[in-house]
Ligand binder design. Structure first.
Ligand SMILES: Cc1ncc(COP(=O)(O)O)c(C=O)c1O
Length: 392
């Protein structure tokens, strides 16, 4: 809202957090999506590239559109960082501000071997969920600003519009305590980094287990958060969900995030060596039990990639939000304008965003995934028997 007036374009990765769609509703900005790299072996979306951004900005410029801002999610939940510096180098000469959703990267500033922060790379605004990896209370976040491309008074006005006039001193003091902890312990991330690195080395040596790393992506992403450990049990012929259930039920290991082909763990300041030793031991058990037992079976191919080639935007998310809606059977929704966000997770790339036409491809994709145990976030009917469409 501080960067885009109604009708301005916001360039944004398609797998942005739902809060970005809310911001589109509030601001009236028009989204221009960049499809992130999608790795089907891992069923994970990566970041966006400088080249994709450059092409998108030029396309909008050729059409005479005004770009209000570019928003990048870096790192992603799996820790994949985009080249923010490169993205800034495309945007700043044109006066376009860069906003970074750095929700999962609040710790980056606090160790030399962690990736560079968005602000260090020249971003104008970066929002960090301090509670995710650092030690503040849930819901506490920080918004960082640099440079003078974004009007600080406008940002303050927006915050006034969106925030309570009775701030939580509990949350504020927890942010201050987290800041204090970091400022007084300069080597605080030495231990978590050593633990994570050793754990990855050990997991990679286990037959049937792979660990996500930058070479898993075709794009040249600059970094991956070393504190995120994403493992694939695919060569054990287990899905991520199956491996996660076994790790939880048989070994009481709670993961951070689970997908069809991967399970992610977050190492943080509270992680102890005994925690990761237990993870490695449990992964060894999984391997011993399933590597040979399952090696002759071929894993069920239970997903297809999202139908994101032909997104058809009919009205903006804001117009869709204020339009009257009706509920229709999913089978009857072809050609309708979708009235709610429909985002199968994994991989967390929305198939339909409010205001988009339900195409043949999106419909058949949704019908194919709805009974596969995948979480459908955004949709009021999580079973996807019906969806909300706009009455136009
Ligand atoms: C990429 C991303 N951005 C933003 C958020 C929202 O952060 P918060 O829950 O601190 O509001 C999340 C939450 O998981 C996220 O994954």
């Amino acid at each position: 809202m501080a960067t885009c007036s109604p009708g301005d374009y916001l360039i944004v990765p398609r797998n942005c957090h739902i809060s970005v769609i809310s911001a589109l509703v509030l601001s009236g900005a028009v989204p221009k999506y960049i499809i992130p790299e999608y790795n089907s072996r891992w069923d994970i979306a990566g970041g966006i590239t400088q080249l994709q951004l450059d092409e998108t900005v030029k396309e909008l410029e050729e059409d005479g559109k005004r770009v209000g801002a570019v928003l990048v999610t870096s790192p992603t939940y799996h820790g994949v960082c985009s080249n923010v510096q490169g993205i800034v180098s495309v945007c700043h000469p044109r006066g376009i501000p860069v906003i970074v959703d750095e929700a999962h990267g609040a710790h980056f500033r606090f160790h030399d071997s962690l990736p560079s922060t968005a602000i260090e790379q020249g971003a104008d605004l970066a929002v960090q969920s301090m509670h995710k990896v650092l030690c503040s209370l849930t819901q506490s976040s920080m918004l960082h600003m640099a440079g003078d491309l974004v009007d600080v008074d406008k940002v303050s006005q927006c915050l006034q519009l969106l925030q309570s006039s009775s701030p939580s001193y509990l949350l504020l003091s927890s942010l201050d305590a987290a800041r204090d902890q970091l400022s007084k312990n300069t080597n605080i991330f030495d231990e978590p980094l050593a633990i994570a690195s050793e754990t990855k080395d050990q997991l990679m040596r286990i037959p049937g287990i792979s660990v996500l790393d930058l070479p898993c992506f075709a794009s040249d992403f600059p970094a991956i958060d070393p504190l995120r450990i994403t493992l694939s049990p695919s060569d054990l012929q287990l899905s991520g969900f199956e491996a996660d259930d076994i790790l939880y039920e048989d070994h009481q290991i709670v993961s951070e995030l689970v997908g069809t082909r991967a399970v992610t763990f977050a190492v943080n300041l509270g992680t102890r060596v005994r925690d990761v030793e237990k993870l490695v031991q449990s992964a060894k058990h999984l391997s011993e039990k399933y590597f040979f037992a399952n090696s002759s079976e071929s894993m069920k191919e239970n997903r297809v990639c999202g139908p994101l080639e032909k997104i058809s935007v009919h009205i903006t998310p804001r117009e869709a939000f204020f339009t009257k809606k009706r509920r229709v059977r999913i089978e009857d929704s072809l050609g309708e304008i979708c009235g709610e966000l429909i985002c199968p997770y994994p991989p967390g790339i929305p198939v339909l965003i409010p205001g988009e036409v339900v195409t043949h491809d999106s419909l058949s994709y949704l019908i194919s995934v709805r009974h596969q145990g995948i979480t459908i976030s955004g949709a009021a009917d999580a079973e996807l028997n019906s969806i909300l469409v706009c009455n136009l």
